[in-house]
Design a protein around this ligand. Structure first.
Ligand SMILES: [Zn+2]
Length: 326
């Protein structure tokens, strides 16, 4: 049987995904023959998670026609993509300096690639999604945190210590709240879903006479979600409009820095907060005009992500195809 299949693994904070597909077709379509998604097995330590990934991978291979050619792995934490080591995965216990690429490569007897979820998400959007055909692209995923990936001359740019693309930690307000990274006023602490909820909770406490629509949506919840803030703003709630406009402003400040550094052909916004589509993109475009003057904004496409929730596992699969190109 020919070595024609790839396995894609995505490890998230609460769930994992494993997909199998023929390499040649996957490169064109990003579609899996089978895709298994399930909660992270408890207690979530590296050995337990890795054993589960190997078991699912072997089951998928046993049910498929063909032999494994390569493996792609995505995980949402700092790593060294050159050595294939997960440096730290703070969502789960015991994930420090884990040689995950070597472990899965040895378990399956096939070459493997490892990268973080935002980088492989960027790869997926660039090869098959909103950034298809762009020579340079920056991808931001805006959900509970903000991650990113950078494509330069058609390839992922990793930088020193696999550190490129950490767009969530660009400073957008020097006296802003302290970020988990140690800095103050990171984009992530001002414009992520978590940050929007925090700012909204604070605004509702500061302005007890305002935000009637938002308060109604909130019910017994303690803080509104980004989607609720957007929905209340769309319904005309002035407090929610102010919160949403602030979000767009902080994103535009962060994107302004990215544009001045890279002038990418395309910027793709993904993640839960960006699911509001043009509801977020329009005010971000409007705010960008206050921060970018040297570079014609009309020449930079700002687009919503096209691939949705599965972009990390699709990106992991594409990482396997990249590996098999060389
Ligand atoms: Zn930070």
């Amino acid at each position: 049987m020919p070595h024609n299949l790839l396995l894609a693994f995505d490890i998230g904070g609460t769930k994992l995904a494993v997909g199998i597909a023929p390499v040649a077709r996957f490169r064109q379509t990003g579609t899996f023959d089978a895709l298994v998604k399930e909660p992270i097995p408890l207690p979530g330590t590296p050995d337990v998670v890795t054993q589960r990934l190997v078991k699912i991978g072997r089951q998928l291979l046993a049910e498929s026609n063909g032999q494994l050619a390569g493996i792609g792995i995505s995980i949402g934490g700092p790593l060294d993509h050159l050595t294939g080591t997960v440096l730290n995965f703070p969502h789960l216990p015991g994930w420090r300096n884990i040689p995950l690429r070597q472990q899965l490569s040895e378990a399956f007897g096939a070459p493997a690639g490892l990268d973080n979820d935002a980088n492989v998400g960027a790869l997926a959007e660039h090869r098959l999604g909103a950034g298809k055909g762009a020579m340079s692209m920056v991808y931001l995923t805006i959900s509970t945190g903000i991650g990113g990936g950078v494509i330069v001359n058609g390839k992922l740019h990793h930088g020193v210590a696999s550190g490129a693309g950490e767009v969530g930690h660009i400073t957008v307000q020097t006296d802003g709240p302290r970020c988990a990274c140690g800095n103050h006023g990171c984009l992530e602490t001002m414009a992520s879903g978590t940050a929007i909820a925090r700012r909204a909770g604070q605004a509702l406490a500061d302005y007890p006479e305002q935000g009637a629509v938002l308060r109604q949506m909130l019910g017994a919840q303690s803080a509104p979600t980004a989607q609720q803030v957007f929905a209340a703003a769309a319904a005309g709630d002035q407090l929610a409009r102010m919160l949403w406009e602030q979000t767009a402003k902080y994103l535009a400040i962060g994107l302004g820095s990215i544009i001045h550094l890279l002038a990418p052909q395309t910027i793709v916004l993904g993640g839960g907060v960006a699911q509001t589509g043009e509801g977020l993109l329009n005010p971000v475009r409007r705010n960008l005009a206050n921060h970018v003057f040297y570079i014609p904004l009309a020449s930079i496409q700002l687009l919503p992500a096209a691939l949705g929730h599965d972009s990390a596992v699709i990106g992991a699969g594409l990482l396997a195809t990249e590996l098999l190109n060389c």
